[in-house]
Design a protein around this ligand. Sequence first.
Ligand SMILES: [Mg+2]
Length: 462
Amino acid sequence: MVNQRLRELKPAVREQIKIVLIPTSRQYMDHLNKNIKNYNLNIEIAQEKPFLDLLHEIKPVLYLSTNSHNVKEAIGAGFGAATMFLGDYDNHSAEVLRVAFDGDGVLFSDESERVYKEKGLQAFFQNERDQEGTSLALPKPSNAVTIAVSSRTLFNMVKERKVFEEEGLERYVAHQLELEDQPFTPGVSFPFVKALMNVNARLRELYPDSEELFDIVLMTNNHAQVGVRLINSINYYDLTIERFCMTGGESPIGYLKAYMTNLYLSKDSVKVQEAIGEGIAAATMFPSDSENELSDTQLRVAFDGDAVLFSDESEIIVKEHGLDTFFRHEKEFENKPLAQGPLKCFLEALGKLQRKFYAKDQRISCPIRTYLVTARSAASAGARVLKTLRSWGLEVDEALFLAGAPKGPLLQKIRPHIFFDDQMFHIEGAQELGTIAAHVPYGIGQKYHKGKRMETSDAEKK
Ligand SMILES: [Mg+2]
């Protein structure tokens, strides 16, 4: 398939992938030839010669066999070789050849692997407790609270993006290589990530062996060459980000699921919508106009209620039947919990970590604080949301009912590291006053702008 594409680009191309078959026995040559013809494979059959002589003659970049003895011999002679195992293999791309490599012992020598293994073993004999791994070992995704951030939210890559859009991929990669030693400046999710690190440091002090920590995964569809600059930047700012996910332009959803992601932050609203559609808490981030100074000892997270922590069921009533019906409805169903919204599980994960501080008598100095910032009014529509949270066994540290007043000024006082809302005008209002805001593209609010249904307002213009 790759060869075919190469020939399409340049019919007389000489650089092609050449496949040579080394038969294990000459007995079945007819059978082999028949199969090669049946499958329409463009394969040469090697001459009969001793195995190693043959390899030296063919000089393959890769030798594959089910015979591990031959494979070992090939590796010993300096060839790239691997033993293949039989299995059921389906669902492969017919358009892209995909090759995945392990690092240590495969692309690289085993020097690091050996140090690790030998030191581990010695430590085992000397002191079993030492060997149990350091507190900096990566937590398992099932224990950790996994936050996936895109490289464009963690770092400011606006200039680089421009190079990419205006001058193309090759020039972009070259530009990144030239500036490899120059760290990126912080991006919009950077203060949030930094605050997560601070919570982790506090958790490690209290629970040195626990894996219940934030684990940050960097999601990037950047070229692998740009990875070095990303790693340099991460080290420069002393961030503990060990998991990288280079998606190479593909949808990150599969990876988000595999990493059991609790929250995904990106600048790409299409990917964010896709994640929410798959039940993953996600939000789109925008640069803020000015910057408020944020707490460096406490992570502060502010949530809108309807269509963020809760479903949009009540929002639909506001939009379609107006506020009066909404108030009556919320009073009537005060004791019926609202269904959960896309960010509920993230609040739950924060609550799980908060309780670890409470258990050590650190409620007052807890480095995580959560806020509900809703446009609902307390008296007429507040009880239902508070009772819903209670029914989930969740709490927020502060519940602020604005009764329709703008959210921006209040958020400016709270100074959250991140504020989630489903309505763009709340996001814009927050940003104008320097709050880092993240848009949750979910629910009926997406069809409205400033209280007007967008399709109708377009029609009215005509
Ligand atoms: Mg809302």
